[in-house]
Design a binder for this molecule. Sequence first.
Ligand code: GRF
Length: 200
Amino acid sequence: MPRLRLGFLASHGGSNVQAIVDACKGGDLDAEPRVVISNNRDSQVLERARAENIPWFHLSSRTHPEPEELDAAVLAALTEHDVDTVILAGYMKKLGPRTLERYRKRVLNIHPALLPKHGGQGMYGIKVHEAVLAAGDEVSGATIHLADEEYDRGPILAQAEVRVEPDDTPETLAARVLEVEHLLYVDTLRRISRGELALS
Ligand code: GRF
């Protein structure tokens, strides 16, 4: 039985999901991907799930117009696949209150900057890296934190730094931060699986 049973929620590319799945397959991480959920039916992350033979669900306000129903459907998908740790990886929606309650302190999120800087509502994707460059920061990076009811809040579990280069554009910075995100997510989950990092 693997130490961690992972449920992923992602909206777009899913490169972080892929990095974690690859680590599980390669024996670098004692965890098992159990289910992938996306609010975006056409997302690459769902293609990845199909390619990897991981159960997947498209669950969104289209499939479930009532927020309570969507919350219940997400929670059911996670519990029915015996998930014990929820991985948010570029998930553009908030989890519902029932899911958060059931998985309190078991939901991880990644943010492509050094929180508490450059986080919060509306700070996502390329906007984060634009804000880092506009602020003249010399260092950016990635943050993994426990997710709660607010965007990008919750206790910080791990951070990794990336130097901002003088000729960086938001796109070049985003690409280097994304590489670090993949390593940081796998490393953080490994530390959790080994009992080196406690979530409670
Ligand atoms: C990452 O930069 C993550 O930090 C942010 O969304 C992006 C997702 O990338 N929350 P991917 O879908 O894992 O490729």
